[in-house]
Write a protein that binds this ligand. Structure first.
Ligand SMILES: NC(=O)C1=CN([C@@H]2O[C@H](COP(=O)(O)OP(=O)(O)OC[C@H]3O[C@@H](n4cnc5c(N)ncnc54)[C@H](OP(=O)(O)O)[C@@H]3O)[C@@H](O)[C@H]2O)[C@@H](O)CC1
Ligand SMILES: Nc1ncnc2c1ncn2[C@@H]1O[C@H](COP(=O)(O)OP(=O)(O)O)[C@@H](O)[C@H]1O
Ligand SMILES: [K+]
Length: 491
């Protein structure tokens, strides 16, 4: 897993990495510039290849100057507009400036005529992770000018003006794409920054996970390879008992879809036996989505020990009695998944939080999270609160959304990379509950169930959306779950 390094540590890492690899900082900048151009060129397709590179005074600006040279070598039309006098820019900026080839149109911003042809690509190399205060004066004018332009806008490392790991503190370049080096900067993962970061892409510049891990501060980015070793394997003689017997409690009258989706998702994730307990008087009035799902009538006295995992909350309603809710914790005693109205009931009866079995998985979306812990000024505060909740009650908190956060009781915070905006559709959270419960029931450690569940869920969304895009439904995500195991070559 890549650690997400704090912005103010990145210079230190550059120095350590260059010394360990025996390369100069200029060579590392060249690597960064090359990885950017190698990524950019295939994206351009029908574009005429006219580039306007805007370079600030630091090493982000230096990256821009190196990129201008590499684009010129590929015969593109390249304009380089720099902002501060070259002799006041960083050393590596100056070294790259000296290497600019003939044909790059070079101009200082205050002398520039302000013209950009509409089909040009604007490259933002004004500030990187070294930003330390809000923009003002000329820099503010540059960003305001560029934000009015219509061309495709691409930021190098981070949109200029955005700090690496805090909420935005002023005007920021509005990128359509951000190509960031080695790991995403924390602030690229905040929902409130979506309009300035655009799509982000992580470009490899050769630093290994083990090297970066020496600088970790508890934040990590989850990628496909990270989950491969976490899966349980099953053999030829495995029987349905080995795959787990799970139960979902939820679905009041009028919300029958909810636990049906969870249950079906759980079957598609590999559960052996799946039971549904709807919150209605007569369980037999309930229709299951598929014949493999079984009904279960729960009473506050019956033991839940026969189940390997339970998921509670989807569509449950707020009419659930407090004592009955508490009895589920007492009767099961092992880690469970709590979602939707299970979380809303915890917000209503906060004294029950301490009854939750250790290592249970709580899956709030932003609104449910707010009900549980109150409002947050920004995503950074939300991340801190999720982490505190996880530590205080020894539970795993999955704060759902784009780049869902998995906050672990030991303080680690893992951000997911899979998934896309087409997953923002009714019931996709119920599907996640089904998948998490299924992994728990198959005997995965709760931490591994959380990581695998979140990653597979996002991957299923990506696969299903290929043919469905905006028309994708939660059921389509379920149908794509088996393909996630096939794609990852998991038996
Ligand atoms: N490890 C990696 O991944 C690699 C990183 N690389 C690249 O390096 C970038 C980081 O470079 P960097 O440290 O030079 O920071 P960057 O943002 O370019 O400039 C900071 C300068 O701006 C100034 N300044 C700050 N705020 C200001 C403001 N509001 N208004 C005005 N000035 C302000 C501040 O000086 P100050 O005025 O505070 O003295 C300082 O001089 C990184 O993002 C990536 O692109 C690659 O090359 C290689 C691999
Ligand atoms: N833009 C997005 N990118 C990635 N995943 C997303 C995005 N929007 C939503 N999701 C995922 O879809 C699920 C939505 O859950 P939730 O809001 O509880 O839906 P519902 O209540 O309709 O079941 C979460 O797992 C979330 O991470
Ligand atoms: K930038």
């Amino acid at each position: 897993m890549f650690p997400i390094i704090q912005g103010n540590q990145i210079q230190k890492i550059d120095v350590a990495y260059c010394s360990a690899e025996g390369i100069s900082s200029l060579e590392l900048m060249e690597r960064a510039a090359k990885s950017f151009v190698d990524w950019l060129i295939p994206q351009m397709q029908n574009s005429k290849g006219r580039f306007y590179v805007f370079s600030g005074p630091g090493n982000n600006g230096g990256d821009g100057v190196a990129i201008a040279r590499l684009l010129k070598y590929l015969n593109h039309s390249v304009h380089l507009i720099y902002i501060k006098d070259v002799d006041q820019c960083s050393n590596d900026f100056q070294r790259n400036f000296e290497r600019l080839p003939e044909g790059v149109e070079i101009c200082r911003f205050d002398l520039w005529n302000g013209k950009i042809e509409p089909d040009s690509i604007i490259i933002d190399a004004i500030f990187g992770v070294g930003i330390n205060r809000p923009l003002e004066g000329t820099y503010l004018r540059v960003i305001q000018t560029l934000n009015k332009q219509v061309g495709l806008k691409i930021s190098i490392d981070i949109p200029s003006g955005l700090p690496a790991d805090q909420a935005s503190f002023g005007e920021v370049f509005k990128a359509d794409h951000t190509a960031t080096f080695q790991f995403p900067k924390l602030s690229l993962l905040f929902p409130e920054h979506a309009l300035v970061t655009g799509e982000h892409h992580v470009l490899d510049i050769g630093m290994s996970d083990s090297f970066l891990n020496k600088f970790e501060n508890g934040n990590f980015y989850l990628k496909q390879n990270d989950i491969l070793g976490l899966h349980r394997t099953f053999h030829r003689f495995s029987h349905k008992g080995n795959f787990g017997k799970v139960l979902f409690l939820g679905s009041e009258q009028g919300k029958f879809g909810a636990i049906n989706l969870s249950g079906y998702a759980s079957l598609r994730t590999g559960s052996g036996l799946v039971h549904l307990a709807p919150q209605i008087e007569n369980t037999f009035a309930f229709n299951t989505l598929v014949p493999e799902l079984m009904l279960y009538q729960d009473s506050s006295k019956s033991s839940l020990y026969q189940f390997d995992a339970i998921g509670i909350g989807p569509g449950w309603g707020m009419g659930v009695e407090k004592d009955y809710f508490k009895s589920i914790f007492v009767r099961f005693k092992r880690p469970m998944v709590i979602d939707a109205d299970g979380l809303n009931l915890l917000a209503k009866y906060p004294e029950l939080k301490k009854e939750i079995p250790e290592n249970s998985i709580l899956t709030p979306h932003l609104k449910e999270f707010e009900r549980l812990v109150g409002e947050s000024a920004n995503h950074l505060e939300r991340i801190e609160k999720a982490s505190s909740l996880a530590k205080e009650f020894k539970v795993i908190v999955i704060l759902k959304g784009a780049h869902s956060l998995i906050a672990l009781p030991d303080g680690r915070r893992i951000f997911n990379s899979s998934g896309n905006q087409y997953m923002a559709t009714a019931g996709s959270g119920d599907v996640l509950t089904g998948m998490l419960t299924s992994f728990l029931g198959q005997g995965y450690l709760p931490e591994h169930a959380a990581i695998c569940g979140v990653f597979h869920h996002g991957l299923a969304g990506e696969i299903a959306s290929k043919s469905k895009r905006r028309g994708m439904t939660a059921s389509d995500i379920i149908e794509a779950i088996p393909d996630t195991f096939i794609k990852l070559n998991l038996l």
